[in-house]
Design a protein around this ligand. Structure first.
Ligand code: GAE
Ligand code: MG
Ligand code: MG
Length: 392
């Protein structure tokens, strides 16, 4: 079997918060008529430049055409040469590798008539507990709007939330206080996520003020790649500390400095199934736990994340993928399913990822390529629209 073509379609989909994200759907076609589909999710992150999608498509085609898709290890190694690691969380090259690796796994699964779970060594669970994200409040009004989000999402079955904190600690406190008063122990706050916006000492001051409201862990409470600062924070609090994994080098440094308790691994930030499994194995060997993070994928990317999580033997906290609930639209015939705050892993009986693209939806949501509108940097960092909260 040989790859004959690679196609990329860019779609643009708003979130209920008003924030708009662009994703690419990657297709790998073969001479045997089997096609693999992957997702390069959420390019709407800094740095504020855009890739030329037609150029990218041509490059990937030139690289992959003629190759056997079953050569997953070799293809991954070549992709890592073309799109090398940087020490940056939102490195776009990693998103490219991720979408291609997901498409290759889908393709290989379909060609062999097995699900991606089987390719990855089977499942140890059929569902993952997930938490709904509460984006960063910059004002007390935004914090109040976020309490409405909890109300609405709780009614849908989400009982675990995570809070992006640290820009306005009064607003964070007002939110946590209101949620505790209204929901008591019916709602769990999984984490305070400081998103590397504060140095570790400032994060510690904020965390000390917010932790009494009851949270399970603290994420990214130091500047990016400050491995020692992270360890200082970690030894100063008795809660577990989680940090995203965005390169093997960074993971190595975090293990060496004993910077975190739990590594937040998402396919998109490390480059697909093969890379994510390698990172999770390194964490496990180092005696660390893993949680499945997210960039907020569409259903296809979320299915891939669920399949990755289904096989993990060191999952140590509630996970994050809730993209399909956050976006107002999607491109698969059926979305992934959530039940009582659990993400269900796609049906084990279906080959590949077990998901189908609805090409009419792609057509409707398609944009000619990646581009930046007038998004402000604060909105980009806080992942909010202009008013905070969500439209009902
Ligand atoms: O930090 C996180 O845990 C997030 O999921 C973060 O990566 C977000 O910015 C996410 C988003 O687009 O909302 O990617
Ligand atoms: Mg985070
Ligand atoms: Mg994202």
């Amino acid at each position: 079997m040989k790859i004959i073509d690679v196609k990329l379609d860019v779609v643009q989909i708003p979130r209920h918060t008003g924030f708009v994200c662009q994703h690419a759907i990657a297709r790998i076609l073969t001479d045997e008529g089997v096609t693999g589909v992957g997702e390069m999710s959420d390019f709407s992150h800094l740095p504020k430049y855009s890739l030329d999608v037609r150029d990218l498509e041509e490059t990937l085609r030139a690289q992959l055409a003629g190759r056997n898709p079953l050569d997953l290890a070799a293809l991954n190694r070549e992709l890592a040469e073309l799109y090398p690691e940087t020490m940056y969380y939102y490195e776009k090259g990693t998103f490219i590798r991720c979408g291609i690796d997901i498409a290759l796994h889908d393709l290989v699964g379909k060609a062999l008539g097995v699900g991606v779970s089987e390719l990855l060594g089977g499942r140890v669970r059929d569902k993952l507990k997930v938490c709904y994200p509460i984006f960063r409040a910059r004002t007390t009004e935004e914090a109040q709007a976020n309490v409405d989000v909890v109300r609405r999402r709780f009614a849908q079955g989400f009982d675990v939330f995570r809070l992006y904190a640290g820009v306005n600690v009064e607003a964070d406190e007002a939110f946590l206080d209101a949620v505790r008063r209204e929901f008591g122990s019916r709602v769990t706050i999984k984490s305070l996520d400081f998103s590397h916006l504060l140095d570790w000492k400032s994060a510690l001051r904020a965390a000390k003020r917010l932790m009494p409201y009851g949270v399970e862990l603290v994420e990214s409470p130091a500047e990016r790649n400050d491995f020692d600062g992270l360890r200082q924070f970690r030894t100063a609090v008795d809660l577990p500390v989680s940090e995203h994994v965005w390169s093997f080098r960074q993971l190595h440094e975090m293990i060496r400095a004993d910077s975190a308790d739990i590594f937040n691994i998402a396919l998109i930030f490390i480059g697909g199934f093969a890379a994510a499994r390698k990172a999770a194995a390194a964490a496990e060997v180092a005696g660390k736990g893993v949680l499945i993070g997210t960039t907020q994928e569409l259903s296809l990317g979320t299915a891939a994340q669920a399949l990755f999580g289904a096989g993990l033997t060191n999952l140590a906290a509630t996970s994050d993928p809730t993209g399909p609930e956050l976006y107002v639209d999607d491109v698969t015939t059926e979305p992934v399913r959530y039940e009582n705050g659990w993400l269900l892993v796609p049906d084990a009986g279906r080959p590949g990822l077990g998901m189908e693209i609805d090409w009419d939806k792609v057509e409707r949501l398609r944009v000619p390529g990646f581009s930046w509108g007038a998004q402000k940097v604060a909105n980009l960092q806080d992942r909010t629209g202009t008013t905070g909260g969500e439209r009902p």
